[in-house]
Design a protein around this ligand. Structure first.
Ligand SMILES: *Cc1c(COP(=O)(O)O)cnc(C)c1O
Length: 357
């Protein structure tokens, strides 16, 4: 037999994650992970007893974790959904809130997974071009007649909409769900969580993967009105009721108990971002105004792919996208000050050599 997969997936192009190379140790600035480890309380929490308890299923409702999230974000437990990474919340949102009649709309340059989910679930979508300066024009999403999905700050540009702009988009789509993906919000943008109390059609999605140093644990969450959360639960209990495993749940609780530590890390990353932006500008790079834990930078003379390869040869991994308008750019995760010094040193050398690998 030469084919196994259903024909309906023939044209599906899967998401391609950033490289996680196992061949050698890189300065890893390609997938927006935190350079800082989880808080000490998280490491202590994953102890013998927790591991022994792996023989038991996890709490399918993750009550304690959701309660702690509700307290931290000033909402009720019924407004909180937790998931296996925020990718799963996004996936469930596409499944729950879009269909043949109600498509999706999102920017053409944004998180690559939106397109993949739409294709996976057979959802029509509109990819709205970003403006010339890579910003989102809010009015492009008014009266969309489709589920609106916007990353704020956007990826890979790092550019953020204001909370007033988000509110206007939500207000102008009273009959459609608006999903705001706040994966990077803790690095300097404004969260729309408070607006979920005012607007039933707003779902805010966040993750523990970036600002909370837990990319490998896979934990995300969504906040919205009870009806939206009930819809997500319907999908979850129809696919994988134990979507958040015991260790991740425990680690998530310990993370929320150490919020000061993570706020401090975000402050450091914002400082390092400013330091790096200045050094990059001195080397001839121009950048978007990133409010995320990465910089989106283009060199005045050297091509994005050539720079990516030259850095990789020097043991520094950044992300390069070959899509049309963004191929001159590199997306560079803001790591520790030492990592960013290594990046600047390598770039200085590469540019002095006229870009030879
Ligand atoms: C990293 C990222 C996510 C998902 O991360 P998870 O690890 O699945 O929580 C979602 N949206 C954007 C824009 C991201 O960059």
């Amino acid at each position: 037999m030469s084919r196994f997969i259903s024909r309906r997936f023939d044209s599906l192009k899967e998401y391609v994650p950033g490289e996680q190379p196992q061949d050698k140790k890189y300065v890893k600035l390609n997938t927006n992970e935190s350079p800082y480890p989880p808080a000490p309380g998280v490491i202590e929490r994953i102890n013998d007893a927790e591991v022994r308890n792996l023989k038991l299923y996890s709490d399918p409702e993750c009550r304690r974790l959701r309660e702690m999230l509700a307290v931290q974000y000033g909402v009720e437990i019924g407004n909180v959904f937790v998931s296996n990474g925020s990718d799963e919340s996004l996936s469930f949102a596409f499944m729950a809130f879009c269909d043949a009649d109600c498509g999706a709309i999102f920017p053409d340059i944004s998180y690559g997974f939106y397109k993949v989910y739409a294709n996976l679930y057979g959802i029509r979508y509109t990819a709205v071009p970003l403006l010339e300066d890579f910003s989102i024009r809010p009015s492009d999403y008014y009266n969309a007649g489709a589920t609106v999905v916007i990353a704020n700050p956007n990826a890979p540009t790092g550019i953020a909409l204001t909370i007033a702009e988000i509110e206007e988009i939500v207000k102008r789509n009273p009959d459609n769900v608006v999903v705001i993906d706040e994966a990077y919000v803790d690095f300097g943008a404004e969260s729309a969580v408070a607006l979920t109390k005012k607007y039933d059609n707003l779902l805010v999605v966040q993750t523990f993967s970036k600002s909370r140093s837990m990319a490998g644990a896979r934990l995300g969450f969504a906040i919205g009105c009870e009806a939206l959360i009930a819809d997500l639960n319907k999908i979850k209990f129809s696919t994988n009721p134990y979507n958040v495993n015991r260790l991740t749940c425990a680690a998530g609780e310990a993370t929320l108990a150490a919020q000061d530590y993570y706020n401090d890390n975000c402050r450091k990353i914002i400082e390092t971002r400013a330091w790096t932006a200045e050094k990059l500008a001195n080397l001839g790079f121009s950048m978007t105004d990133s409010k995320a834990n990465f910089l989106f930078a283009k060199h005045e003379s050297m091509d994005g792919e050539a720079l990516y390869l030259a850095l990789k040869a020097r043991g520094i991994l950044v992300r390069h996208f070959s899509a049309d308008r963004i191929s001159p750019y590199l997306r560079i995760t803001v790591g520790s000050p030492e990592e960013m010094q290594a990046l600047i040193d390598a770039l200085t050398e590469i540019l002095q050599n006229g870009g030879t690998v």
